[in-house]
Design a protein around this ligand. Structure first.
Ligand SMILES: Nc1ncnc2c1ncn2[C@@H]1O[C@H](COP(=O)(O)OP(=O)(O)O)[C@@H](O)[C@H]1O
Ligand SMILES: Nc1ccn([C@@H]2O[C@H](COP(=O)(O)O)[C@@H](O)[C@H]2O)c(=O)n1
Length: 212
């Protein structure tokens, strides 16, 4: 018997808005059935041959920084119930690492990233589109803490990058995609009402498709 199409949930929002936290909260609800997989747009940053000092200067908040055709192709494989070898991105070296991760298809695919709603082909593959809406100042504070601890950045570097690319690109490319969202979640992972509503909706789609 032909298997039903998996459900794709797209979660976007500015950097450090809480996209990953929302994705994890949803994931936790389905952890026992192992029917959910998470895919990060960041895994699909383009690989680069430039030296490190030049890679540091790339605008990572522009749509062209991503290998979107590869992301679309991989998502289509997962929707066709075929496995993929997902690229791995290393923020510390500003490049793709040599490893890949083998990912088996699942019933629910949570795709999260800053620019996933900026691409029409990607949008068309999504069943539910979410925008996590968190104020710029809160996102900047979260990003400073996270990038210093987890991504090997200095305070000066984080602030320069924020003013030069992160903030202007957010307003030019990311914030305008809010209009494509089915649901706007203020503040992200702590919004338990929104997470509960989403989990209920995902379960009802799974039941409709005979995947529950
Ligand atoms: N509600 C919150 N309160 C405090 N810190 C948070 C909250 N949500 C996320 N964070 C922290 O902010 C950083 C970015 O969160 P994350 O969910 O990874 O955002 P994104 O995926 O949008 O970049 C992480 O270090 C996370 O622990
Ligand atoms: N080499 C890189 C690649 C990306 N970034 C930043 O990551 C942000 C997206 O990830 P979030 O988890 O914050 O959504 C994006 O704003 C890029 O600026 C980077 O700093 N270096």
């Amino acid at each position: 018997m032909k298997q039903q199409k998996p459900i794709v949930i797209g979660i976007t929002g500015g950097s450090a808005s809480g996209k990953t936290s929302v994705a994890h909260e949803i994931f936790k609800e389905f952890s026992e059935s192992s029917s959910v997989l998470m895919l990060q747009q960041d895994s699909f940053y383009k690989a680069s041959d430039l030296p490190f000092e030049q890679r540091k200067l790339i605008n990572y908040d522009h749509p062209l920084a991503f290998d979107t055709p590869l992301l679309v192709a991989d998502l289509k494989h997962l929707l066709a119930r075929e496995p993929i070898d997902k690229p791995v991105y290393d923020y510390k070296i500003h490049n793709r690492s040599k490893e890949t991760i083998h990912v088996e298809p699942r019933d629910v695919i949570i795709l999260e990233g800053i620019l996933i709603l900026a691409d029409e082909e990607l949008r068309k593959l999504m069943d539910i589109k979410i925008f996590v809406d968190t104020d710029d100042d809160i996102r900047l504070m979260r990003r400073i803490r996270r990038d210093m601890v987890e991504r090997g950045r200095s305070l000066d570097n984080i602030m320069d990058q924020y003013m030069e690319t992160v903030k202007p690109m957010y307003h030019e490319f990311i914030e305008p995609t809010k209009r494509y969202a089915d649901l706007i979640i203020p503040e992200g992972g702590e919004n338990h009402v929104a997470i509960d509503l989403l989990v209920t909706k995902i379960k009802s789609i799974l039941a409709e498709r005979g995947l529950a």
